[in-house]
Design a protein around this ligand. Structure first.
Ligand SMILES: [Cu+2]
Length: 337
């Protein structure tokens, strides 16, 4: 079997001018996974880590695209609403072609829902009527296919929406859990790898415990068109959460809605340093696994819950090391308050 990674690396090296060679060499943080523990508990440890290591793992010197807070709308879901059977939850989604910066200085001609990859977070409570008004302002036919339980004519397969057309999806939201949505127009592989997908949270009627809630959609970008990903991210920007660690409190429950929409590679994974979490596959039952690493095939998703035991900087990343080195890594900054 051909070793895709080698080819991809060589390709990366050859096409490096695309802004890559320098930034990645400087930012390649994961080669030193084990070193990150130098002074994990220090306040402002970003600077300390930079001083102690010859590669920059975390903090402002990491070469990642985007401004502070720029990904908040994709990271922080709208709040859960208490159950009110029959209530209509309306969303408007517009498909449009847009060039987006996926790694520092590297742009990708994406097909987007509402201008971002992943698309906006959709959230409803079980029993709500979900109503999604979809307009195709892009250059190709698209649809929205939701995971979950719904009628066949709302499945996003038969009603291909041509450019300039629109379609409204309407169905009761169920079952509770971390669902997802994506375009299902053929060829499916292309419509997904171009960026048409997003998180779809359905809350249970009996509310989950209060928590700091985060959404992470794992994906990849084939920026040179050879059918292999050149970058991997959560929420669309390589190394973003290494440059801007996600701040959480040790005293609080952290809940992460995690989905994998990576095309081309069979699986993706999530690994957390220095702690264990509960992982609820799909989040639709109370069955969980207690671990520090989980994997997901494309379309799989689940809910992670954790109360951090220690303060400091803790890395999270794909445990396919290559994915991590190509952008899918970040940090939690756990603080006491
Ligand atoms: Cu499409």
């Amino acid at each position: 079997m051909a070793k895709k990674g080698t080819t991809r690396r060589e390709m990366l090296a050859r096409t490096a001018p695309l802004a890559l060679a320098m930034p990645m060499a400087a930012a390649l943080p994961v080669a030193g996974l084990a070193q990150g523990a130098d002074n994990p508990g220090d306040a402002g440890a970003g600077a300390a880590v930079a001083e102690h290591n010859h590669t920059v793992h975390v903090g402002p010197d990491v070469l990642a695209p985007g401004e502070p807070g720029e990904l908040d709308a994709l990271l922080v879901p709208p709040p859960a609403l208490s159950a009110e059977p029959g209530r209509v939850r309306r969303y408007e989604i517009i498909a449009e072609d847009r060039e987006i910066e996926v790694a520092k200085g590297v742009f990708f001609p994406a097909w987007t829902y509402n201008g971002t990859v992943p698309g906006p977070i959709i959230r409803a409570t079980e029993g709500d009527i979900l109503e999604v008004a979809f307009t195709n302002a892009g250059s190709h036919p698209h649809t929205i296919h939701f995971h979950g339980i719904h009628p066949a004519n709302m499945d996003g397969v038969f009603e291909i929406v041509e450019p300039g057309d629109s379609f409204t999806y309407r169905f009761p939201a169920r079952p509770y859990g971390m669902q997802l949505y994506h375009c299902h127009a053929p060829p499916l592989k292309k419509h997904i790898h171009k960026g048409l997908y997003g998180a779809f949270i359905i809350d249970p009627v009996v509310p989950r415990a209060p928590a700091k809630e985060l959404v992470m959609v794992m994906n990849g970008f084939d920026t040179d068109g050879d059918g292999e990903n050149n970058f991997y991210t959560v929420n669309g920007k390589a190394f973003y959460y290494a440059k801007y660690p996600i701040k959480v409190k040790r005293s609080e429950l952290v809940r992460i809605y995690l989905a994998n929409l990576t095309e081309f590679d069979l699986i993706n994974s999530f690994h957390l340093h220095g702690d264990f979490f509960r992982y609820y596959p799909t989040g639709s039952t109370d069955q969980f696994q207690y671990t520090d690493t989980i994997m997901q095939c494309q379309g799989e998703r689940g809910i992670i819950e954790i109360e951090f035991a220690n303060t400091g900087l803790f890395m999270f990343h794909a445990h396919q090391s290559e994915f991590a080195e190509l952008g899918w890594m970040g940090f939690f900054e756990v603080v006491d308050e």
